[in-house]
Design a protein around this ligand. Structure first.
Ligand code: FAD
Length: 401
């Protein structure tokens, strides 16, 4: 593996780091205390600055106004922008839009691309991805109750979803619904574009998560689809290929999540070290003089570096041998990095004592918000079982002395 970062990328990353430091981190106290709608105007201002610097939409296609960085380059960008909860949004590469952009670009018709993809990349609209259901296990996604039944030129969608992140204020949802119930389990569901102003798209509520219902982009919604009628031309890709499409975006999406988490680790680690350096715990002593704190710092540094190298290795595997061959690495990083992040945030919070529990630093936000990393995009246990199966398969006929 070659870790050299091109001069051009070093410049881009340097500009992004400076922007995060000067323009976004100072906004965090407001972000933690004001409502999302109060924050929108200032966030829009920052987005405009990013566009003027030509750093908008780093991973999205040039054809639609993005920078179209490759996977390794965009991984490094996510690490820098992940250090603040505002980074990805302000640079136009936030989930779930980023994933939706990728699948629209790969599978959308020309009409869908003009209507949905272009304004999405430009940051003029937002979108959401509606797959998980209230009554059925998200961990077994082939179990879906939501149906899309053909009627004339339309699909009529019925179902009850939740955790449709960022649905509040989104222009459209990409909905996973059963269209071909008689096909094999992985060919029953399709992705369908549903504008959120369609009658029958009912936004029930923003779910309160860890004490915060959130709002707008920063929220997770419960949605009831009741005879929600959309034209059949809103089908994304071939009918019954919902899981095939979801599979396509799995590798790059995972790299982006994990590098964002590494960015969070770096930020929490910085705050932890600075606090240990500055906090007086006896008249002539700082917290950093205590061996237990030194041990945490050393452990966290090692854990972050190991996790980071695993993610970059997985990205390199995807780029060199392809997603299919890199499946083990893609699954491994998901639970390793999520747990590393949780440990680092927890240690950073502990080192801050009572201050760590407040919203006077960003740590408590990370602590609340990022616990979900071990659940979404495949719970830890699901990845562990699948990796173990794959490894044990390798051992079926392997001679071991
Ligand atoms: C913050 C957040 C944002 C999300 N955003 C979206 C979104 O935008 N769109 C969307 O569609 N969904 C979204 N989700 C939903 C997410 O994908 C599901 O929560 C996830 O797939 C788990 O499904 P579940 O909640 O139904 O848990 P379940 O499937 O009921 O699983 C519960 C627990 O059981 C255990 N478990 C499950 N299966 C196995 C197994 N095979 N072996 C061993 N243990 C197992 C795991 O510990 C798991 O955590 C989001 C979730 C969160 C928390």
């Amino acid at each position: 593996m070659d870790f050299t970062v091109s001069e051009k990328m070093q410049t881009i990353l340097g500009m992004m780091k400076e922007f995060v430091q000067k323009e976004l981190i100072p906004l965090e106290p407001e972000f933690l205390t004001k409502s999302v709608s109060e924050m929108v105007p200032v966030l829009e201002e920052k987005r405009q600055m990013v566009r003027q610097m030509e750093l908008w939409a780093p991973l999205h296609p040039k054809q639609y106004g993005g920078m179209e960085l490759n996977l390794m380059e965009s991984a490094l960008v996510f690490e820098v922008l992940g250090g603040t909860p505002l980074g990805l949004y302000v640079f136009g590469c936030q989930a779930p839009d980023a994933g939706n952009i990728e699948i629209l670009h790969q599978f959308g018709t020309d009409e869908q691309k003009e209507k949905y993809l272009r304004p999405l990349v430009e940051g003029k609209i937002r979108s959401c991805f509606s797959m998980t259901e209230v009554e059925l296990p998200g961990s077994n996604p082939v179990m879906l109750d939501t149906t899309a039944v053909k009627d004339g030129d339309d699909y009529v969608i019925n179902g009850h979803k939740w955790y449709t992140s960022s649905a509040d204020g989104a222009e459209f949802a990409i909905v996973m619904a059963v269209t071909t119930p008689d096909a094999g389990p992985y060919l029953q569901a399709s992705m369908i574009i549903v504008p959120t102003d369609t009658p029958g798209f009912n936004h029930v509520r923003n779910i309160s998560v860890m004490g915060h219902a959130g709002e707008g982009y920063f929220s997770h919604a419960e949605i009831l689809y009741q005879n929600c009628r959309v034209p059949q031309k809103n089908l994304l890709g071939p009918e019954g290929h919902g899981f095939v499409i979801a599979q396509e975006r799995l590798g790059p999406g995972r790299i982006h999540h994990c590098m964002r988490w590494i960015g969070i680790c770096n930020r929490a680690f910085d705050l932890m070290c600075a606090r240990a350096r500055d906090r007086i715990i006896a008249p002539d002593r700082k917290l950093a003089s205590k061996q237990i704190i030194q041990s945490w710092i050393a452990e966290c540094a090692a854990d972050i570096q190991a996790a980071r190298l695993m993610v970059l290795h997985a990205a390199w595997m995807i780029e060199t041998v392809g997603k299919k061959e890199a499946r083990k690495e893609i699954s491994l990083i998901k639970f390793v990095v999520a747990n590393t992040m949780q440990k680092v945030i927890d240690r950073a919070l502990q080192v801050h004592g009572g201050l760590g529990m407040t919203d006077d630093t960003i740590i408590a936000f990370f602590y609340r918000h990022e616990r979900a990393a071990r659940i979404y995009d495949g719970a830890d246990e699901v990845h562990k079982v699948s990796v173990a199966r794959r490894i044990l398969k390798e051992y079926e006929n392997k001679k071991v002395n």
